[in-house]
Design a protein around this ligand. Structure first.
Ligand code: GDP
Length: 453
């Protein structure tokens, strides 16, 4: 895997959080040290590393944790979010938005430019575009043949002429033929360093060809030095993005990726091997998920999305207070509260149910019942849901038939509804002052949070 060592250490760090009893200062300090060590080893800039760990600490200290997830889960989610931000947030994918789109590749010798031209051509051919490759490197005689070989391998035509010495002349001699292609990928000559001569040559090509994207190809093994190179190329020849190659073979990849993410030339693709398919569009979310272990992170993100926010919890409180309580409210409360945790806790929160000391297996049966309630309610008319008092024996018979449950089950649900409604009325009378109600709601919320810590 790409950045094996970094991934392994990050996974171990998350495991430490999961195994910890409490999210306290000791855990936070240990986490900070682990993250700092692993990121510095990966050649990430010291200042960036410290700002990342400080951000995580601040967020944990100041944020309200959504109900339904534990503090530990919130911490894992925060580490994930901050790492994603660190690598460029939403990312910066190329948007091929017109019929003839041109991508020019620039970079220094040996960084993988020509190989990447082939990889990029395959990437877009697979996505249905008609792609052509153009070799304008007149410095390295073998460059044309190298690209030709790659083109043959992926069935993409390669245009070039090793006999001509002027890159613009080469391009112009094929301009008409190139008209029929959706995407033109232009490989250019490199040098050992960004010399005035190279700047001049690339600017001339730029001016004539007017590429839509001008991508700098850089090897990951230069680590955080990638930032200066990206900046220099951006300023000199208007580079719009970066492709980091050889990411699988260096410990310094983290440095190269993060360094470019903060420049005006963000990472668009990564090369992860010598083969033509060892190539990916750079998506920070996907990349971090992979580093941290997909399964673990995707499940958690889903859970966080579903967690009840404080706002939603307040809305539920208001409904209790209003007292106009019907079957839809009962169902909505049941589903919303289920997000808060196991049924034992939820039962304590539902009016009328807290007093009943219900054994565990009965509670499990209750879970099944709640599922059935949904079917029952689906078979009720709108009027019945809004005013369950009108549900007569005949209606019960009809509802049972429609939902595939017994009449006894329908009656049981209605009984539960009546009990809850009675309790809501009582609470309304008792609470009277909104202060008392607020206290009660706070208790309800606390029950939802504490069981998860
Ligand atoms: P150019 O001078 O920039 O055009 O570089 P080349 O395309 O000739 O590549 C230089 C060397 O880097 C070749 O041996 C490639 O096979 C190798 N290379 C390119 N991209 C990658 C990559 O993502 N991973 C690895 N391991 N090698 C790569």
């Amino acid at each position: 895997m790409v950045l094996d060592k970094l991934g392994e250490t990050l996974k171990a760090t998350l495991e430490k959080i999961r195994n910890a009893v409490l999210v306290d200062d000791t855990l936070m300090n240990e986490l900070t040290k682990d993250l700092q060590r692993v990121l510095l080893q990966s050649d990430v800039n010291v200042k960036l590393v410290f700002s990342l760990t400080n951000n995580i600490k601040e967020i944990i200290k100041k944020s309200d944790i959504p109900q339904g997830i534990s503090k530990k889960e919130f911490l894992v989610k925060t580490v994930y979010d901050e790492l994603v931000k660190f690598l460029g947030g939403e990312g910066s994918k190329i948007n091929i938005n017109k019929k003839q789109f041109k991508i020019m590749l620039v970079g220094l010798f040996g960084n993988g430019k020509t190989t990447t031209a082939g990889k990029l051509a395959k990437f877009y051919t697979k996505r249905g575009l008609k792609v052509a490759l153009v070799q304008t490197d007149t410095w390295r005689p073998a460059a044309f043949h190298q690209l030709e070989t790659l083109g043959r391998q992926i069935n993409v035509p390669v245009f070039g002429n090793p006999k001509l010495k002027d890159p613009i002349k080469i391009y112009e001699s094929f301009e008409k033929e190139l008209d029929k292609f959706d995407l033109i990928i232009i490989d250019t000559a490199g040098r050992d360093a960004l010399s005035d001569e190279l700047i001049d040559e690339l600017n001339r090509i730029n001016k004539r060809i007017k590429p839509d994207e001008n991508l700098l190809v850089m090897s990951a093994d230069i680590g955080q030095a990638a930032e200066n190179q990206a900046k220099a190329f951006h300023e000199a020849v208007n580079v719009t993005g970066v492709i980091i190659t050889k990411l699988e073979g260096t410990a310094k990849g983290g440095g190269a990726l993060t360094a470019c993410s903060v420049t005006k030339a963000p990472v668009k693709f990564i090369g992860v091997g010598e083969e033509i398919d060892d190539f990916e569009e750079f998506d920070p979310k996907r990349f971090v998920s992979k580093l941290l272990g997909f399964g673990d992170i995707e499940g958690l993100l889903e859970k966080v999305k579903e967690a009840v926010t404080e706002e939603e919890a307040k809305d539920m409180g208001k409904k209790f207070l209003k007292g106009d309580y019907n079957l839809i409210d009962l169902y909505e409360q049941m589903s919303a509260m289920r997000k808060m945790g196991p049924l034992t806790k939820i039962m304590e929160m539902i009016p009328g149910m807290g007093q009943m000391k219900i054994p565990k297996d009965v509670l499990q049966q209750q879970e099944v019942k709640i599922e059935k309630w949904k079917y029952i309610m689906d078979s009720c008319t709108k009027e019945e849901l809004e005013d369950p008092e009108i549900i007569s024996s005949e209606r019960i018979e009809r509802i049972a038939r429609g939902s595939g449950v017994s009449q006894a089950e329908v009656r049981e649900m209605l009984k539960q509804y009546k009990q809850s409604k009675k309790m809501v009325k009582m609470l309304k009378g008792q609470a009277g002052s909104s202060k008392k109600m607020q206290q009660m709601m706070r208790k309800l919320q606390a029950a939802g949070i504490n069981q998860n810590i």
